[in-house]
Design a protein around this ligand. Sequence first.
Ligand code: NAP
Length: 351
Amino acid sequence: MSELGNPILVTGAAGYLASWVVDQLLREGHTVHATVRHLNDSQKIQHLQKLVQDFPGKLSLYEADLLKEGSFDRAMAGCSVVIHTASPYFLEKPKNVDKELIQPALHGTLNVLASVNKTESVKRVVLTSSIAALYNDACDVTAAAAHTVQEHDVNPNQDVNHNPYAYSKTIAERAAWDEQKKQSRWDLVSLHPGAMFGPSLSRRVDATSVGMIIQFLNGSFRTGVPKLWLGVVDVRDVAAAHVKAASQPAANNRYIVVGNSLSLLEISKLMRVDEFGIKNKLPKGETSKSLIWLIGPLVGMRRRYVARNVDYPVRFNNSRSKAELGVEYRGAADTFNDHIRQIVADGLLQA
Ligand code: NAP
C-alpha cells in the first residue's frame, strides 16, 4: 500500500502500458481514478469495465482529453498521486506532426500539470517518458563510454522532423521538470522505458508495440531486418516500475526502465513460433546498411535515420531502477513468447 496515499490517477488508462498500471495498482490494493478518451468506446475500454466489476469501489473511470483545458480536473480531485502515461506513441512520422504528436505530448502534459497545480491533494507526479528523451541517434551513444545510455543523458535534438516521437518525449519531459521546479508541493519522478513488449490486457492492435510483434509474425520483415538495437522491456515490468514510483516516497528524479538491449534479429531468434502453431515468417537475416539506405524511404525509414542508427549498438544502464525501485526484469524470451501467446489466443493475427 502506498505511503503517498490514495487515490492514484492514471491518464490514458485504455492504452497498452496504462492498462497494466491500473491492473497492478488494483491488485496491490490501491484506489484508482482512470481517464480514457471516450467512455462510450466499449471496444477500447471493456477490459477496464471488467476491472471495475472485479474490484468493487476501487476503480472509477473518467473521460478526459489531453487537448482540452481543465479536462483532468474532475478525475484528479482528491488524488495523492498522478501517473501521466497518455501521449501518442507512433514511430512513423504523422501527416501533421504538430497536431498529432507535439500538441498532445507537450500541451497535454502541461494541461495535466495545470490540473495538478490546482489540486492541493497531489503530492507526486509520475511521468511516463522514454529512453527516446535520453538520446537521439544510436551513433551518438556508440561514441559514449561502453555504448551506454545513462540517466543524466538528455536528447540534444532540436529538429522536430528528425525522430519526431523522440522530440515530442524530450520536450514534454523538459516542460514537466520546468513546471515542477516552480513549486514545492508535488515532486516529479520521470520513468524512461525502452521499447515495451509483452501481453496486452486488451485486444487492441493499434498500439505500436503490438503492431511490431504482429509484423514480425505476419512476414513483414521476412526478407531481413536492419541491424538496429532496441532497448527492450516487458510492459508488465514497466507497469511495476510505475507502481513503485507512485508508492515509494524515496523515489526521485529519472529512472531508465530497460531489461535488455537486443538487435532486431536477436529478438526474432527468441520467438518460438512453432510452439504456437504459426507458420514461420520471421526474418531470415540482416539486410545490409547500404541496401536499407537505398530502399529505406520506400518503407518509411528516412536516410538520415538509417545513416545514424543502423549498425550502431546501444546499451542502457538500468541499475538505478533495480536498486531503488526494486524492479526485477523478466527474461526477454518470456516477454516475446508471452506476447505471441496472447496475440494468438485473441485471434489478432487474422484480424
Ligand atoms: P498506447 O497504447 O498507444 O497508449 C497511448 C495512450 O495515450 C492511449 O490510451 C491514448 O488514448 C492516449 N492518448 C493519445 N492521445 C490522447 C489525447 N489527445 N487525449 C487523451 N488521451 C490520449 O501506447 P503505449 O505504448 O501504452 O504508450 C504509453 C506511454 O508510454 C506513452 O507516453 C509512450 O510515449 C510511452 N512509451 C511507450 C513505449 C513503448 O514501447 N510502447 C516505450 C517508451 C515509452 P486512447 O486509448 O483513446 O487511444
